[in-house]
Design a protein around this ligand. Structure first.
Ligand SMILES: [Zn+2]
Ligand SMILES: [Zn+2]
Length: 348
């Protein structure tokens, strides 16, 4: 079968590999769409994220082709989403309701763990179907379901925050994660969501996602926001950092109310400078958020199905497997600006 292999930084090639077979307890899925995640794009341009030899692709949807002996959670012909969290199911995190912080999750995740075969391929083999496969409800398009990784991160961050009905939320970064935060915060009852991004197109999308205000994060705009919208409480109740850079984190600190909460979602390898002497007296709550849980995917699928959670704000485009590398390069070079490129091994 056809697959796209990661051979190292800036090196991905279409290859022919053996089609896997479902052994006892395993499930073979025919891939219909696989999203090119931001993680894949980072891995393409920076060392140390994927190991050479890995077939990427950790957010896919498809049709169950073959079930191994003893599998009861799905049957041939079922429509499923295949993806993270690749948690182990046995450790303390897994047993206490936090599978997304499982220390074994990354190496176990198909398409991320060293040498694993992800869904940049015609077929994907799930060894832990109970953990990795989500049934797609009837009435939900595959193009919607494949966005689970992209919408799940923001959804989880809002659920993990202390945002309450009537609060004000600030969101820095209106890429896919930020848009999901904006929408989730509105659904959670925020009375006002103020979004910041440098790109005009992202600000447009933030407004469509439900933001009450979408602004460029200039010094003047931050000051104006404080004076005009945040003066009563002295800041926002919860500030979400979804841009993945320290400046956005500083923006969150700047706009947070005393005793308010800062949710850090973005992943930035650069160290941040925080002066505890300035922050301590405010008793800010600084919290981090990472991926999402299976339960949240279930919740999201139900909400998307019933029309409560919109997916039309996330722009997609489809491409054959052969174009995987080109699509990643186009996104890095800014020639392609979509929320998700969906690789379609069977054609678009
Ligand atoms: Zn991802
Ligand atoms: Zn675990």
């Amino acid at each position: 079968m056809k697959a796209v292999r990661y051979n190292g930084v800036q090196n991905m090639k279409l290859v022919e590999i053996d089609k896997p077979q479902a052994g006892p307890g395993e499930v073979l899925v025919r891939v219909i769409y696989c999203g090119i995640c931001g993680t894949d794009i980072h891995a393409y341009r920076s060392e140390g994220i994927l190991s050479p030899g890995t077939i990427p692709g950790h957010e896919s949807v498809g049709i169950v082709e073959e079930v191994g002996e003893g599998v009861t959670c799905v049957k041939a012909g079922d429509r499923v989403a295949v993806g993270p969290p690749g948690d182990c199911g046995h450790c303390y995190s897994c047993n206490t309701g936090h599978p997304n912080t499982c220390a074994h999750a990354f190496p176990n995740t198909l398409g991320i763990g060293p040498g694993t075969q992800g869904a940049y391929a015609e077929y994907i083999l799930s060894r832990f179907p109970q953990n990795e496969l989500f049934l797609i409800p009837e009435g939900m398009e595959l193009e919607q379901a494949v966005l689970f990784d992209l919408v799940g991160v923001g959804f989880h961050a809002v659920r993990r925050s202390q945002l309450r009905l009537g609060d004000i939320a600030v969101v820095f970064g209106c890429g896919s994660v930020g848009l999901s935060v904006v929408q989730s915060a509105k659904l959670a009852g925020a009375r006002q969501v103020i979004a910041f991004d440098m790109k005009p197109a992202c600000l447009e999308r933030a407004l469509t996602a439900g933001a009450d205000l979408a602004l460029e994060p200039t010094a003047e705009n931050l000051q104006m926001t404080k004076e005009k919208y945040l003066s009563h409480e002295g800041g926002a109740h919860v500030c979400f950092e979804a841009a993945g850079n320290v400046h956005a984190l500083y923006g969150c600190i700047d706009l947070c109310m005393p005793n308010g909460q800062i949710m850090s979602i973005g992943s930035d390898p650069n160290p941040a400078q925080i002066r505890t002497a300035a922050l301590g007296p405010m008793e800010y709550d600084l919290k981090f958020s990472f991926t999402y849980t299976k339960e949240e995917i279930h919740q999201l699928f139900e909400m998307i199905c019933s029309g409560k959670f919109r997916t039309d704000i996330f722009t997609i485009c489809k491409a054959p497997l052969e174009k995987a590398e080109q699509m990643i390069i186009d996104q890095i070079q800014g020639r392609l600006d979509v929320a998700r490129v969906l690789l379609a091994p069977e054609g678009c």
